[in-house]
Each structure stands twice: as C-alpha cells, then as structure tokens.
Write a protein that binds this ligand. Structure first.
Ligand SMILES: [Zn+2]
Length: 221
C-alpha cells in the first residue's frame, strides 16, 4: 500500500491540493456568507435611518463643516464627503469655495464620528445617466436645510448589488458542492471511480485510470 515510489508520490499530489482547495472554498463560503448577512442587515437598517461613520471636520466653534466616510441610507451604501455649505459670507467667517461657488467654513480639527440622525434617503442620488440613478447608484447629492445645505460627492451603490456580490460566491460554490456530491453518489452506486468516473468493476485497491485510492477495499460487482 505504501510503496515509496516516485509514481505514487506524484499520484498523491492532486489529492493534497484538492484538500487545500476544499479548505479555501470553505473559507470563501464562510467569509462571503458573513458579509452577505451583514449586507442584508445593513440594507434593512438603511430604510429606517440614515447614518454615516467616518471623519468629521469641525470649525473653531466646534460646528460640523464636513464629513468624510461611509454613508448608508435609503437602500444605498456610499463612500464620499458631506460638505456643509452656507449661502452668505457671514462677515468673512465663511470663505468662498471657488470650485462650488458656495461659502464653506474652514476645518480647524477632525474627529471620528458615527452619526445616525439623517433622513433615510439615498445620500448620492444623481449620476450622469438617469437609469443608473433609478437603479440606486449616485455620484452627487444635495440636502437643503433652513439656511445651510449639505452637498454630497462620492460613489453610491445600491445594497441589492452589495447583496448580490457577497451572496453570489457562496451560492455558486455551495451549488457546485451539491452537484459534486450528487455525482460522487451516482459514481459510487454505479461502481465507478469517485475521482474520474472510470469503471472499477474488477479493479484492485486503486483506480487503474487516475490512481485514486478506493475508499473501501470491498469487491464491487
Ligand atoms: Zn479514477
């Protein structure tokens, strides 16, 4: 059984890499399935409250001037910036941003923040193509307040795409595993090699076609 010939060593190699691939598949399935569960939970939550986690810029009075981070709201996940904009110069306290033509307070310091007090709408609700916007994608957004307004820039993707991307890999891999299990069961029933499908009736302890060791040494009919 354990003759240390070169041929046998070579024949065992595919089985070992097969084991490694199975472990990798399992890791991919578990990680993707966990991300999928998080995506589904965040998707549902995004319809109840709008939130952002990231770095908050504050002026010298401690008021929020901008937030860079991850935004979630209205079925959309977005990475980008919220900029608080003012309609007036306010005696020079609010300098003009020539790029936006709005008055924006300078940042004095930044702190980490997790704000959950936004209306649950998509933060980025405008793309160059209307159909992309309708699907839930976005590059820009505006939310008007009583005096100031919030301008959003970045990239927003719909949660259905996040769920699809994280759910597809585990679904495909589990489907593939199921197909393989059915095929192995069918081969075992027909007395074929589980590895390559070669007819093993009358064969010894190894498949003469691929060298795969038979799971049991019982004679097959
Ligand atoms: Zn075989």
């Amino acid at each position: 059984m354990s003759e240390a010939s070169d041929v046998e060593t070579l024949q065992e190699l595919p089985l070992r890499t097969g084991g490694l691939m199975r472990r990798l598949r399992l890791i991919v399935i578990i990680v993707s399935a966990a991300l999928f569960a998080v995506a589904i939970a965040a998707w549902g939550r995004s319809h109840e409250l709008g939130e952002v986690i990231g770095r908050e810029g504050r002026d010298e009075q401690g008021k929020v001037t901008c937030i860079d981070g991850l935004f979630s709201g209205g079925g959309q996940l977005a990475v980008g910036r919220l900029q608080v904009q003012h309609p007036h110069r306010n005696g020079g306290a609010n300098p003009l941003n020539p790029a936006t033509q709005w008055f924006e307070k300078p940042v004095a310091r930044t702190v980490w923040c997790w704000r959950r007090d936004f209306i649950p709408y998509p933060f980025l609700s405008d793309t160059a193509h209307g159909w992309l916007t309708r699907l839930g994608f976005g590059r820009r957004g505006l939310r008007a307040g009583s005096i100031t307004r919030h301008a959003f820039t970045g990239l927003g993707v719909p949660y259905w795409l996040v769920a699809l991307a994280t759910g597809l890999a585990p679904a495909l891999l589990l489907g593939q595993s199921l197909v393989r299990a059915i095929r192995r069961a069918e081969r075992a029933r027909l007395g074929q090699c589980l590895h390559c499908g070669y007819d093993l009736r009358g064969s010894g302890a190894r498949c003469p076609e691929c060298g795969h060791e038979l799971p049991s040494a019982r004679p097959r009919m």
